[in-house]
Ligand binder design. Structure first.
Ligand code: SF4
Ligand code: SF4
Length: 144
């Protein structure tokens, strides 16, 4: 009886159809979609690539000579590695989120962008590398 009452209630409730793509769905916070790496804050620690269970993050880099850095993150962390390649193959990604959890500078994030289907799989390899210029001397730490 209770089941029938619910069924009848739903029967007379007007249907609400959101016409996608004209009406974009509300993507909830914390959802897992396309990855983004803010390279200016990436220290190229490799934690994301090492934690990825499907090996879809590919990184190549050079190391700064001793006492030199390439840049600083927005929070002042020295960047001693310069990534010449930082590719994420979203066609292999299983959206586990482990890479985001592992990132110490929180530069790697899941965006709300889910509309990136394509007929060409190579277009799903997202290249983030934006190499810095030559290394420069690291600022000396002030003694307390
Ligand atoms: S979400 Fe998971 S599978 Fe996708 S790149 Fe990150 S660690 Fe790899
Ligand atoms: S874990 Fe974060 S900081 Fe480290 S290489 Fe990956 S994106 Fe860059």
């Amino acid at each position: 009886m209770l089941g029938m009452r619910i069924t009848m209630g739903e029967f007379f409730t007007p249907a609400v159809t959101r016409e996608y793509p004209e009406h974009h769905p509300d993507i909830p916070d914390g959802s897992r979609n396309r990855l983004h790496n803010e390279m200016g804050d990436c220290v190229v620690c490799l934690a994301c690539a090492n934690d990825c269970p499907v090996d879809c993050i590919h990184i190549e880099y050079e190391e700064a000579p001793k006492g030199m850095i390439f840049s600083n993150t927005s929070k002042g962390v020295p960047i001693r590695r310069n990534a010449s390649l930082f590719d994420i193959d979203m066609s292999q990604c299983c959206f586990c989120g482990l890479c985001v959890e592992a990132c110490p500078t929180e530069c790697l994030t899941m965006t709300k962008d889910f509309e990136y289907s394509t007929y060409d799989r190579t277009e799903l390899i997202h290249a983030f590398a934006a190499p810095f210029g030559p290394a420069k001397p690291a600022a000396k730490k002030k003694r307390a």
